[in-house]
Design a protein around this ligand. Structure first.
Ligand code: SF4
Length: 262
């Protein structure tokens, strides 16, 4: 097992673990945005840059995908590494100036404002990390969104920038969005969930007791198909929100006949 010396702290990690894994093991914080352990890593945001010692010079590398194949020395807190990360943060702040999540991370990194011009209104608040695209493709298996346009016009969108029929309204893209740009909007009157900003919509399953939204119809059908429990009793339970399900279970328990001891 190779040894990583990270800010003077030595940790041993499995071969091909990443510098980020080593830092976590050493209890050293490195900021990340486009990284998520559940999907492939493409180091697109560059916020996790650290310095790697190479003989008598040092190179900036991204911690989330740099593989540890031999003993290495890494600097997370060096002036150059911190400056590089702060520079990236300023660029990201120019893309997502209203993101509370990004502002909180910037503050933790000592960045108060950006000196770069803010991007145009249409691209605001997306840092193009691609986490939503990877989750939709690799975990959900839908590929309902992808990158569109080039250069400063690059955005994440549904095909032809139109609402996508492939979107099942699962909300996974919103859950992983590190800057809180993707949101679920519930249109209860139309019994639909809208994935903003992609404008895709999916039919909602509403609780048969209280009418609260439970999950999208397609997600519930996919889940039932996967767990192989497509029976009427399970369908009835799925059509209850967590609160009503709990109440029903409690009522069933309370009315269950008590077996007398023989
Ligand atoms: S809500 Fe739609 S776009 Fe988002 S991950 Fe699910 S299927 Fe993909």
């Amino acid at each position: 097992m190779p040894t990583v010396t990270i800010d003077g702290c030595k940790v041993r990690v499995k071969k091909n673990a990443t510098v980020l894994d080593a830092a976590k093991k050493a209890g050293i914080w490195i900021p990340t945005l486009c990284y998520h352990p559940a999907v492939s890593c493409d180091a697109s945001c560059r916020i996790c840059m650290v310095e790697l010692e190479r003989g008598d010079w040092r190179q900036l590398v991204t911690a989330c995908n740099y593989p540890v194949r031999e003993d290495i020395v890494v600097y997370v807190s060096s002036e150059r590494a911190q400056q590089a990360r702060r520079g990236v943060m300023e660029l990201l702040l120019a893309r997502a100036p209203e993101s509370e999540e990004l502002k909180a991370l910037a503050e933790r990194m000592g960045v108060k404002e950006t000196h770069y011009p803010k991007v145009t209104e249409s691209q605001r608040n997306c840092i193009l990390c691609g986490l939503c695209v990877r989750v939709c493709e690799e975990i959900i298996g839908q590929s309902a969104i992808g990158f569109a346009g080039r250069g400063v016009d690059r955005t994440v969108a549904a095909p032809f920038r139109q609402p996508s029929d492939d979107c099942i309204g699962c909300g996974a893209c919103a859950v992983v969005c590190p800057v809180g740009t993707i949101k679920l909007r519930i249109h209860k009157d139309q019994q639909e969930v809208e994935i903003s900003p992609f404008k895709s919509r999916a039919k909602l399953l509403l609780c048969r007791q209280c009418g609260a939204p439970v999950v999208s119809v397609q997600v519930s059908e996919q889940v039932m198909g996967k767990v192989g429990l497509d029976c009427e009793e399970f369908r009835e339970r799925v059509r209850l929100c967590p609160k009503c399900r709990k109440l029903q279970s409690a009522a069933q328990l309370a009315s269950a006949p008590i077996r007398k001891k023989q």
